[in-house]
Design a protein around this ligand. Structure first.
Ligand SMILES: [Zn+2]
Ligand SMILES: [Zn+2]
Length: 156
């Protein structure tokens, strides 16, 4: 090898651009969510939700939308209330619009308690980046009890 493989470099550049894009999305999503997003490691409830994604991924039970399947690296969105799908940003946004008036919108993604949409706080996590892979963003909604439980341990 006399230098970096141009194809690999291009993939890294694309992934870096996708990562920057993801950070911007997360910034605005966190602002809209009223500050549940904290920097630092995920709390205990968030770790359960991350584990759910990893287990489904390992079991190959997640299907991706056609845009993720066909296009180059771009941020991938996983929504805890619809765990068998991985979507691009546009598909994730339309899926949420469609789900807004269903029970998914009023159900805690951790304990499955039904509450009101006002009582659920939206959380956003970006998975640790993997070189050459587009960032994966987790979206989930937590009831007040699960928000509190998530904050406790992470304040250690
Ligand atoms: Zn899509
Ligand atoms: Zn809950």
């Amino acid at each position: 090898m006399t230098g970096p493989d141009p194809a690999v470099t291009a993939r890294h550049d694309q992934a870096a651009a996708a990562d920057q894009h993801a950070r911007e999305i997360i910034g605005s999503a966190a602002a809209a969510a009223g500050g549940i997003r904290h920097s630092g490691p995920p709390g205990p409830v968030e770790r359960v939700i991350i584990r759910r994604l990893l287990d489904l991924g390992t079991a190959k039970q997640i299907t991706v939308c056609q845009h993720l399947a066909e296009a180059g690296p771009q941020p991938e969105f996983w929504q805890a209330w619809d765990p068998f799908k991985m979507r691009c940003q546009d598909c994730a946004a339309s899926a949420w619009q469609a789900a807004k008036h269903t029970t998914a919108a009023v159900t805690c993604d951790h304990c499955s308690t039904r509450t009101s949409i006002e009582q659920l706080a939206e959380g956003v996590i970006q998975m640790p980046p993997v070189p050459g892979h587009a960032p994966v963003i987790l979206g989930f909604r937590l009831c007040a009890d699960c928000q509190a439980a998530n904050q406790q341990d992470s304040a250690r």
